[in-house]
Design a protein around this ligand. Structure first.
Ligand SMILES: [Zn+2]
Length: 231
């Protein structure tokens, strides 16, 4: 009822935009967007993978002893199955980022459920991991997502800050990470570009390589989203 009223009231455009895309909005589907603010811990999250470019990122994370959370698309997991298994073997957490990365705007509840359920199946078949976390493509929550998350026992995850690493150069992404890193922050980056092959993620890798040692010096440790949020 509340959901229908929000999306159908022409005068409530601002509220509707917040409901759909606001990082802290709980109106269309419950989502966490930060962890424990008392501990100096951060969660790096990487969306849209795995991709042919992911191994270079895994190397950087391993070099710095950082454990992260990867929100994977089912189609990418099927295309890059070995890489998906390497992410798991390296000790990272896996989340669901839908099968095909289609935005949920104006989609039916059935479509939304199917996108989440198919990805859940793809990820399990290839990696034997049953994800507990879900991130909506483009951060777009829509009517029906609440029920889909509940049916699949998924916790929605947004972010404290999103790095525009798909369009910003590495140094700018790094500055943003350094500025927005606070206790309990969930930081959103990308190791893919939707379901593209061989995406250019050099800016992401450069930013992680630069920012992680500085953040460690500041006393931060890196955790998976489940650890950070005590799930
Ligand atoms: Zn995405």
């Amino acid at each position: 009822m509340v959901e229908a009223a929000i999306v159908s009231t022409a005068g409530a455009v601002g509220l509707a935009a917040y409901a759909v895309r606001g990082r802290s909005s709980q109106l269309l589907a419950p989502s966490i967007w930060h962890g424990d603010r008392k501990r100096p811990s951060l969660a790096l999250t990487f969306d849209d993978g795995p991709s042919e470019s992911t191994p270079a990122l895994l190397e950087v994370l391993a070099k710095h002893g950082v454990t992260a959370t990867f929100f994977m698309c089912g189609r990418n997991v099927r295309r890059c199955s070995e890489i998906a298994r390497d992410v798991v073997a390296a000790g990272h957490e896996i989340g669901n980022h839908t099968e095909s990365h289609a935005p949920f705007y104006f989609k039916s509840a059935e479509f939304i459920y199917r996108e989440a359920a198919l990805a859940q199946e793809s990820i399990f078949q290839i990696t034997r991991v049953n994800p507990k976390l879900f991130r909506a493509p483009y951060g777009v929550r829509w009517v029906g997502l609440r029920q889909a998350q509940a049916r699949l026992d998924l916790t929605g995850v947004m972010w404290t800050a999103i790095a525009h690493d798909w369009k910003w150069p590495g140094p700018r992404v790094a500055r943003m990470l350094l500025k927005r890193a606070k206790n309990g922050a969930i930081l959103c980056l990308h190791d893919g570009r939707a379901i593209q092959r061989t995406p250019d993620i050099r800016a992401t890798i450069e930013a992680v390589e630069f920012a992680v040692p500085i953040l460690k010096e500041r006393g931060f440790t890196f955790e998976t989203v489940s650890q950070l949020c005590g799930l």
